[in-house]
Design a protein around this ligand. Structure first.
Ligand code: SF4
Length: 63
């Protein structure tokens, strides 16, 4: 299972990841990213899409 790590020093909280993979990434009421570190394998395609669309490449998938 892969896990997600977001580099908060890079993230600009614009939310593209939350659009690509809303089951895993969301923006809270303060406009700050929240995310699940682990996710169902069935969501891998959309999580990889989130990695691709992040404008600052802040999302990392680890084995
Ligand atoms: S797309 Fe990248 S920069 Fe934007 S909220 Fe998600 S992790 Fe942060």
């Amino acid at each position: 299972m892969k896990t997600i790590d977001v580099d908060r020093s890079l993230c600009d909280n614009h939310g593209q990841c939350a659009i690509a993979a809303p089951a895993v990434f969301r923006m809270n009421s303060d406009g700050v990213l929240e995310y699940e570190e682990t996710f169902d394998d069935a969501l891998l395609d959309e999580v990889e899409e989130a990695v691709d669309v992040c404008p600052v490449q802040a999302i990392f998938l680890k084995d």
